[in-house]
Design a protein around this ligand. Structure first.
Ligand code: PEP
Ligand code: MG
Length: 755
C-alpha cells in the first residue's frame, strides 16, 4: 500500500491559478482547446500528474472530455454511467471526494484504456448547474496524499467557472445536458387538476436564472466590499418594506420578512460566500457558487424542515444576485425553449400573462386551487395545469423533462423510458379526443330534439376573442373586470378602463358582452385597498360591498363602462349581492352616473350574480327588479356547503352534483321564469359535460364557460334528447344521496350522450 502524506506538494496560489484560468477562458480558441488548456493549468498548479474533466451527456453518461495525464486515446472514448465508479459517484451525489488511496474506496473501478492504474490519490468535485452535476473535475496523483481543504475549495471554484463553459452548448449540446438527469432520481408527485390535458416538455422555473459574465475577480478586496454593500442594501430593502407596509408586530408577513433579515446574518452562509470571494471569485460568482452547493444539498435532503431553510437561503441568494447584477429578474422570451412546462411556487394572473402562452405546454404550481384566477386563465388559454404540487420548485430542476398529467393529477419528473413511453401513448389518446372535440366547435349547440343552448365564454382575465367569434357562441357571458385592479398599484383611471372595455366592443361588434363590475377582495387581493387583515377574506370586504362603502370607485367603473358602450348595449352584472337593498343601492349609483355621462348605452340591462345563499330567499323581491341573473356556483357552492373553494383538502368533500345544488338551480329558474328574467350559469362546474348535462336537465339553457370547454359541451349537447333527460332529472332530484353523479353517468352511457 502506498504511504500517505498530507499535501506536501506545492500548489500555486488560488488567485494566480484562477487568473490563469480566466485568461485561458478569454482566448478566442475553441471551447475544446480552452478546456484542454484548463486541465493542463490545473494539473500544473496542483502539481498533480493528472487533471481530467468529465461532462454529462444524454442518457446520463459521463464522457471524458479533456485530460492532462490520462492516455490521450481515452479522451472522448471513456464513458461511464452516473453512479458508476468514483467519477459517477460524485455526479450522482453531487458531493466532493478526496481520497489518498482511491483503490481502497468501494466504488473504485479503474478504466484500463486510460492508464490510470498507476495513480493513488484522487480528488473530484462536481461541476454544478442549478443543483445538478453536469460534469466532474478530477485530479489524480501517483503519491498517496489527501488534498487539503484549501485545495478542495480551489477545485470547487474552478468547477464553478467550468460550469459556464460546459453549459455554453459548445462542448455538449445544451439539449443533451438538459435531458440528462445527472443522477437525480425520477420522481412522481401528485397534486390537483386545475386545467385539463397532458403535456411533456422540459421545465422552466418561474424564477429565472441570472447570467453572470465575470467570474474571476480583478480585485478581491473590492469584491468583498461589493458583497458587504449588497447585504446591507438587502437589509435596507427589508427594513423599508416593513416600515412602509405598516404591518403590525406579530403579523405573519412581517415575521417572514424578519426571518429573512436574520438569514442575511447567517454566519455559515456569509462565511461560505466570503471564502468563495477570497478564493478569487467576483461577489456574484461567490453568491452563485454557494447557491449551487446548497441546491445540490437540497436535492439530496430528506428533511422537509432543512429543505425549507435552504429554500429561504435560495431566495435570498436570488435577491442578492439581483442587487449585484443590477437588473430585475425577468424571463427573457428568447432564452426560453420553444416549448416548456412552467413551474412556480405561486403565480399571479399577470405573471402568467407575461409568458408567451404559445410556448407554454403546461403549468405546475405548488399553490393554486381550481377556482383561483391563475387556474381560470390556464383553462382559458387551454394550458394543462396542476396545483398543490408540494415542493415542485425544489424537486424539479430547470431543463428536467417533466410529464404533467392533469387527468390523473400526476407529475412525472425525469421519467424513465418506461413511464415516458406509457405517457406518450396517453398523450396521443388525449390529442385524438381533443381533435374530435375540435371538430364540434364550429357546429351549432342544438340538442337532438331541437333545443338551442346558449353557449358563452368567460373572459376578462384572458380572452381569446377568436373563440367567441365561432358559430353557436352567443358572446361573453361573464367578463371579469378585476385584472386591471390587480395588476396596478393604484385604482385604474376611468380612461384606462374605458379603453379596455371599448376594445372589447370593437373586437366583438356582433356579440353580447356581459361585464361584471369589480369583484376585488377575497382571493383577488388589491394591496392598495388597505382592507386590513381578515380571518375569512372570501366572506369579507369584497366586490360590491367595497363599491357601496367607497362609491367613488364603483362610480368610476360605471362611468368607464357607460362611456365605452357609447350607443351600444350595456349588460352589467353586479357580483356578491347578499340582499336586495344592495342591488338597489348599486343601481342608484349607476343611475347617478348615467345622468351625468354625455354618452348613453343604447340599452341598459342590469343583473346580479346568484352566489350568496341569502339571496335565494329574496328571489320574489329580486326578480321584478333585475333584467337577468347569472348563477355563480364557485361561490354559491362554497357558501351553501360551508366549504372553502380554495382549500385543496376539502376539494372532494362535496360534489357539485349534490341534489341540493341542483334543486337550488331549479328554484332560481322557476322564480326567474315567472318574471321573464333570463338566467345564465357562469360557475366553473358548467364546463364539465356531465355537470352541464345535469344543469340542462333541470332547465338551464344558457351557460358561460372557458373556451376550451366548448368542444366537449357541444359534443354532449348534440348527442342529447332533452325531453327524456328532464323526466329523469325530476326523479334524481328527489334523491337523498350526496351526489347523483353515478346515476347520471350511467344514464348518459345508456343513451349515447357524450358526457
Ligand atoms: C362564481 O362565483 O361562480 C363566479 C363565476 O365568480 P368568481 O369565480 O369570479 O368568483
Ligand atoms: Mg363569485
Amino acid at each position: 500500500m502506498p504511504s500517505i502524506s498530507n499535501a506536501k506538494v506545492q500548489t500555486s496560489s488560488p488567485l494566480i491559478l484562477l487568473r490563469l484560468i480566466r485568461d485561458v477562458m478569454a482566448q478566442a480558441a475553441s471551447a475544446q482547446a480552452r478546456l484542454d488548456q484548463v486541465v493542463a493549468v490545473i494539473a500544473e498548479g496542483f502539481a498533480s500528474e493528472v487533471c481530467s474533466v468529465y461532462l454529462l451527456r444524454a442518457g446520463d453518461i459521463l464522457e471524458l472530455y479533456a485530460s492532462k495525464g490520462l492516455l490521450a486515446t481515452s479522451v472522448h472514448k471513456t464513458r461511464l454511467g452516473v453512479g458508476r465508479g468514483l467519477v459517477g459517484d460524485i455526479a450522482a451525489s453531487a458531493e466532493v471526494l478526496n481520497l489518498a488511496d482511491a483503490a481502497t474506496h468501494p466504488k473504485f473501478e479503474y478504466r484500463p484504456e486510460t492508464g490510470e492504474e498507476i495513480y493513488a490519490s484522487f480528488a473530484g468535485v462536481p461541476i454544478l448547474q442549478r443543483g445538478k452535476a453536469i460534469g466532474v473535475l478530477v485530479v489524480q496523483g501517483k503519491e498517496a496524499r489527501a488534498y487539503t481543504p484549501d485545495q478542495m475549495e480551489v477545485l470547487q471554484t474552478v468547477a464553478m467557472v467550468l460550469s459556464e463553459l460546459a453549459m455554453s452548448g459548445q462542448l455538449v449540446d445544451s439539449q443533451e445536458i438538459k435531458t440528462a438527469t445527472g443522477g437525480l432520481v425520477a420522481e412522481q408527485v401528485s397534486g390537483m387538476r386545475l386545467s385539463p390535458g397532458i403535456a411533456k416538455a422540459p421545465a422552466v422555473l418561474h424564477q429565472p436564472q441570472q447570467v453572470i459574465i465575470n467570474y474571476v475577480a480583478s480585485d478581491t478586496d473590492y469584491e468583498k466590499e461589493r458583497f458587504g454593500d449588497a447585504i446591507r442594501s438587502l437589509q435596507e430593502q427589508f427594513d423599508h418594506y416593513i416600515e412602509s407596509s405598516g404591518l403590525p408586530e406579530g403579523d405573519e408577513q412581517r415575521e417572514l420578512i424578519e426571518a429573512y433579515m436574520m438569514f442575511t446574518q447567517d454566519r455559515g452562509w456569509n462565511n461560505r460566500i466570503a471564502e468563495a470571494i477570497a478564493s478569487g471569485l467576483t461577489a456574484e460568482a461567490g453568491v452563485k457558487k454557494v447557491q449551487e452547493e446548497l441546491r445540490a444539498k437540497m436535492s439530496q435532503m430528506a428533511s422537509p424542515y432543512i429543505k425549507e431553510r435552504i429554500q429561504d437561503l435560495e431566495d435570498l441568494s436570488n435577491h442578492l444576485l439581483q442587487i449585484l447584477l443590477g437588473k430585475p429578474v425577468v424571463p427573457v422570451g428568447s432564452e426560453l425553449p420553444e416549448e416548456y412546462i412552467l413551474v412556480a411556487r405561486a403565480l399571479g394572473p399577470a405573471e402568467l400573462l407575461d409568458y408567451d402562452h404559445k410556448r407554454i405546454r403546461g403549468l405546475i404550481l405548488e399553490e393554486g386551487s381550481t377556482t383561483a384566477h391563475t387556474a381560470v386563465i390556464a383553462r382559458a388559454m387551454d394550458i394543462p395545469a396542476i396545483g398543490k404540487v408540494e415542493k415542485a420548485t425544489s424537486l424539479i430542476q430547470p431543463g428536467d423533462m417533466v410529464i404533467l398529467d392533469a387527468e390523473g393529477a400526476n407529475v412525472y419528473i425525469r421519467p424513465n423510458d418506461q413511464v415516458s413511453q406509457a405517457m406518450d401513448v396517453r398523450i396521443q389518446q388525449f390529442a385524438r379526443a381533443a381533435a374530435e372535440y375540435e371538430s364540434y366547435r364550429p357546429l351549432p349547440a342544438i340538442t337532438l330534439d331541437g333545443t338551442r343552448i346558449s353557449l358563452n365564454i368567460n373572459a376578462g382575465l384572458f380572452v381569446d376573442t377568436a373563440s367567441v367569434q365561432q358559430e353557436g357562441i352567443d358572446g361573453i357571458g361573464l367578463y371579469r373586470t378585476e385584472l386591471p385592479y390587480m395588476t396596478s398599484d393604484h385604482f385604474p383611471e376611468v380612461e384606462v378602463q374605458r379603453q379596455l372595455y371599448a376594445g372589447m366592443y370593437e373586437q366583438l361588434p356582433d356579440k353580447r358582452i356581459i361585464f361584471r363590475s369589480f369583484d376585488i377582495g377575497g382571493d383577488k387581493k388589491v394591496p392598495y385597498l388597505h382592507a386590513g387583515e381578515e380571518e375569512n377574506p372570501a366572506m369579507g370586504w369584497r366586490a360590491t360591498r367595497i363599491g357601496l362603502d367607497r362609491p367613488g370607485i364603483l362610480r368610476k367603473q360605471f362611468r368607464a363602462l357607460i362611456e365605452a358602450a357609447d350607443g351600444k348595449p350595456l349588460h352589467l352584472l353586479l357580483p356578491f349581492i347578499a340582499q336586495v337593498s344592495e342591488f338597489d343601492a348599486a343601481k342608484e349609483l349607476l343611475m347617478q352616473e348615467m345622468a351625468q355621462c354625455k354618452t348613453k348605452p343604447s340599452v341598459l340591462k342590469l343583473g346580479i350574480m346568484i352566489e350568496i345563499p341569502s339571496i335565494l330567499w329574496q328571489l320574489d323581491d329580486l326578480m321584478p327588479r333585475v333584467d337577468f341573473v347569472s348563477i355563480g356556483s364557485n361561490d354559491l357552492m362554497q357558501f351553501l356547503f360551508a366549504c372553502d373553494r380554495g382549500a385543496v383538502h376539502m376539494a372532494n368533500s362535496y360534489d357539485t352534483l349534490h341534489p341540493i345544488m341542483l334543486r337550488v338551480v331549479r328554484s332560481v329558474l322557476e322564480k326567474a321564469a315567472a318574471h321573464r328574467v333570463e338566467v345564465s350559469f357562469c360557475g366553473e362546474m358548467a364546463r364539465k359535460p356531465l355537470d352541464a348535462l345535469a344543469l340542462i336537465g333541470v332547465g338551464v339553457r344558457s351557460v358561460s364557460v372557458s373556451a376550451s370547454a366548448i368542444g366537449p359541451l357541444k359534443a354532449m349537447i348534440r348527442s342529447l334528447n332533452i325531453a327524456e333527460l328532464e323526466k329523469y332529472m325530476d326523479y334524481l332530484l328527489q334523491s337523498s344521496e350526496p351526489s347523483v353523479r353515478n346515476w347520471l353517468q350511467a344514464y348518459a352511457n345508456d343513451h349515447g350522450i357524450k358526457a
